[in-house]
Design a protein around this ligand. Structure first.
Ligand code: PLP
Length: 375
């Protein structure tokens, strides 16, 4: 069976684990966490990056930092992972969805302004598949209406927009290091803080509402409860594993792009494009090849194709069921405007195997199998 994903292993994880065992420092914010922070800030050219236990928790931290309260409204696409909405719904915000661009599955920035009310506090663009949203336009709208922007860059490590790392353009950005992402440590994430003024409070909220970070740096002689907060920092074991992966970011991204391009060129050469669509993302998008997907004509045809591929030992998977059509979506959210593309496109989208180490021969076999299916 060609699996949809095999989580990446760099080879240095074990050596770093051994170091953690030797150092006998296991809880968060030790040497490995510091190294991850330094490497990520340098790589992303970010003001400040804090590791978190997940991207979900990084999103929650952003909601706390923006003081989101009951009755506030937050605008985002419905085509996203539950955490994008949950983090703000947890604070009592109403989630307002707008439609997406069918070609990238990203929020359609032209629809945002119509969804803004006097209760709107933030816009949360999601960089689906590591492809950038139209950030210039989104930042312009946010500035005009004095709104926060939180980039859900969960899938976007190694991806850029006009030369800037995704996650470093809005007020906050969030990364995921879940094992389904390009780089991972099982479960973790990071909050990118692009405005210095949130830094001190971010450290406090992340450390159970205490000023322990200052204490560790020797800036105060005891720490205490000073604000709201929770436990959002991963252990040194997670950080050690993650460091081994972050050090290979460029190699992983390069390899994934190579696989992505092999898919793209093979599909193009078969000239089957009236049977299904492939995404027309090119390298100048600065994407990180997180996902390669095709779009079947409709949900039935997609299911038939999934079944066929399974018979041929190929695992393929669809993705998000739009949040506004989910049970919790009907309670905590509403869709602004018409759902012209979100449901339709989500029902067509099918993700094909893509992971570091996937052999080119297998990619060609997958493309050929799909070609023959449609013949
Ligand atoms: C994976 C993902 C998340 C959640 O990441 P975790 O680290 O598992 O919490 C959030 N948003 C998007 C768009 C994702 O793809």
């Amino acid at each position: 069976m060609i699996r949809f994903n095999i989580p990446y292993i760099s080879g240095n994880e074990q050596a770093y684990f051994d170091e953690v065992l030797k150092n006998q420092k296991f809880c968060g914010d030790g040497g490995f966490t510091k190294k991850c922070h330094a490497l990520l800030s340098q790589k992303l050219n970010a003001r400040k990056v804090l590791l978190t236990t997940s991207c979900t928790h990084a999103l929650e931290l952003s909601a706390l930092l923006m003081n989101i309260v009951e009755g506030d409204e937050v605008i985002m696409p419905s085509y996203t992972f539950v955490s994008t909405a949950n983090a703000f719904a947890l604070r009592g915000a109403k989630i307002v969805f707008v439609d997406i661009h069918p070609d990238t599955m990203n929020i359609d920035e032209r629809l945002i302004e119509a969804a803004i009310t006097d209760k709107t506090r933030a816009i949360v663009p999601v960089h689906y598949a590591g492809v950038a949203c139209k950030m210039d336009e989104i930042m312009q709208i946010a500035n005009k209406h004095q709104l926060y922007v939180v980039e859900d860059a969960a899938q976007a490590i190694g991806a850029t927009y006009k030369g800037k790392a995704l996650g470093t353009i809005g007020h906050f950005g969030t990364l995921s290091f879940h094992e389904t992402k390009n780089l991972h440590c099982g479960e973790a994430g990071a909050l990118i803080i692009n405005d210095e003024k949130y830094l001190e409070r971010a450290e406090i909220l992340r450390e159970k509402g205490t000023n322990r970070s200052k204490f560790i740096r020797g800036q105060i002689d005891k720490y205490s409860w000073v604000d709201l907060g929770s436990s959002y920092l991963p252990s040194e074991l997670n950080a050690a594993f993650l460091l081994a992966q972050l050090e290979k970011e460029e190699e992983v991204t390069r390899e994934r792009k190579n696989i992505w391009k092999t898919y793209y060129e093979a599909f193009k050469s078969y000239n089957l494009l009236e049977k299904f669509e492939i995404s027309e993302i090119s390298d100048d998008y600065g994407f990180n090849a997180h996902i390669f997907y095709i779009k079947a004509k409709n949900i039935e045809e997609r299911q038939n194709l999934i079944n066929h591929l399974k018979m041929k030992e190929i695992q393929s998977v669809f993705h998000y069921i739009p949040l506004h059509s989910a049970l919790a979506g009907s309670i905590f959210a509403s869709f602004n405007g018409i759902d012209k593309h979100t449901t339709r496109e989500s029902e067509k989208l099918l993700r094909l195997p893509l992971y570091y180490g996937l052999e080119i021969d297998k990619v060609k076999y997958i493309v050929e199998t799909i070609y023959k299916y449609f013949l």
